[in-house]
Design a protein around this ligand. Structure first.
Ligand SMILES: Nc1ncnc2c1ncn2[C@@H]1O[C@H](COP(=O)(O)OP(=O)(O)O)[C@@H](O)[C@H]1O
Ligand SMILES: [Mg+2]
Length: 390
């Protein structure tokens, strides 16, 4: 979190590009110390060009003692050697000419890196060791979004810090399925590329109130999908896992570069099968691709959705065609589309129904237990019981 100390009400807009997200502007000097005292997450104070040099130096001097990891950057209309020397002596990290926005952006980046070092940790190493779980099928309409939203809402409702990222960048419908009105999307992460931090992530999430789930929605305009480079997805997922226990990723039905980036970082890939030949053929191709990418077999599980559909094909046929076993089965139910239409995840809406029970079991066994959570009695169910559901 950054504080911009500037009397000018338009300053935030002027420097927004260089400062990135998570910036709070404070106009009055005395409020700065209070804000810093109240919230320990501030990492940087940028002082505007019209704040007197003495006041700026006083703040830097005081914070250098109280919070050495806090960065102070001073903006001046013109750089003069005396001011520069005085500022640096008082603990200001950099003095930047106010109209040189690229230089300011560089200074912000250097300061953030130094803050990380001084705090004695790298947030990526010291934060949470969250697990990335990608839900994928190479075929559309098989239940990726249904499963990812429900798994995520359930995990969040257990108290786990959970983020769901919609990587179906063109046709993502996570937000609509959860009846959210996002103010930002994956597209907004692009501007923070290279210096994305936990606060940056917090600035683009939308909270699903009834479960506590955080969501990063797909861009509202499909044309924006091309404007999200895959390295941004990598940076997003890496940083997100330091802040969340679980980061779930919903995907489009194809191996986009974003999906491949997510696979690469995933601790678990949930592959969805349905009882139809094209879906199984596509799943076989997906499994081969994951093998080629070097993904460990125990880092994935296969879920059969609409498992009780009577179409002549049986779960055993799927297992023998795939040469992999099915880890969980979710039954077919009309309550699924009706819950989606109402925008309420079925795990919360119809918690006792067979679909909700199956999804919770899947989450309990394949996610929570797998990643070392000890479940309360009753939540633990044997693998055999789970499989007998089909
Ligand atoms: N277990 C299920 N029972 C009944 N309908 C389902 C089930 N799972 C998914 N559906 C329906 O299938 C459709 C596609 O699901 P969705 O999750 O959007 O698939 P995908 O994200 O893979 O394209 C939705 O209309 C949803 O209501
Ligand atoms: Mg979908």
């Amino acid at each position: 979190m950054t504080i911009l100390w500037d009397h000018d009400p338009g300053a935030l807009e002027t420097y927004a590009f260089a400062l990135g997200s998570g910036v709070e502007q404070i106009q009055a000097g005395p409020r700065i110390s209070r804000a810093l005292g109240e919230d320990g997450s501030h990492t940087l104070v940028v002082i505007g060009p019209d704040i007197p040099l003495e006041s700026a130096c006083d703040l830097a001097e005081q914070e250098r003692v109280d919070r050495p990891e806090l960065g102070v950057i001073l903006l001046r209309h013109r750089l003069d050697v005396n001011a520069l020397a005085q500022a640096l002596r008082s603990g200001v990290r950099e003095v930047v000419q106010a109209d040189d926005l690229p230089a300011l952006a560089d200074a912000v980046r250097r300061s953030e890196a130094l803050t990380v070092q001084l705090a004695g940790h790298n947030p990526a190493a010291a934060g949470r060791d969250g697990k990335v779980i990608t839900i994928f099928s190479a075929k559309g309409g098989v239940g990726k979004t249904t499963l990812s939203t429900n798994l995520a809402a359930y995990l969040a409702s257990t108290g786990a810090r959970t983020l769901l990222v919609d990587l179906d960048l063109m046709f993502g419908d996570v937000a609509i399925s959860l009846q959210l009105t996002p103010h930002s999307s994956v597209r907004d992460v692009v501007a923070m590329s290279g210096h994305l931090d936990v606060q940056g992530i917090a600035s683009v999430v939308t909270t699903h109130e009834s479960s506590g789930l955080h969501v990063i929605a797909a861009p509202p305009d499909p044309a924006d999908a091309d404007r999200v480079p895959s390295h941004v997805v990598v940076e997003l997922l890496r940083m997100a896992r330091t802040a969340y226990d679980y980061v779930l990723v919903d995907t489009p039905p194809s191996f986009t570069e974003h999906v491949l980036a997510a696979f690469d970082l995933s601790d678990l890939t949930v592959l969805i099968a349905t009882l139809d030949i094209p879906a199984i053929k596509n799943l076989r191709i997906a499994i081969n691709t994951l093998d080629t990418l070097g993904e460990a077999k125990d880092a994935r599980c296969i879920v059969l959705n609409r498992a009780d559909t009577k179409v002549g094909l049986k779960p055993d046929d799927v297992e023998s065609a795939l040469k992999e076993s099915i880890a969980a089965s979710v039954p077919n139910s009309l309550s699924v589309p009706s819950s989606i239409n109402r925008g309420v995840p079925i795990v919360l809406d119809d918690a006792r129904g067979p679909v909700a029970v199956a999804i919770r079991e899947l989450a309990d066994i394949q996610i929570r237990q797998r990643f070392g959570e000890t479940l309360p009695n009753g939540a633990k169910r044997s693998f055999g019981l789970l499989r007998s559901k089909r």
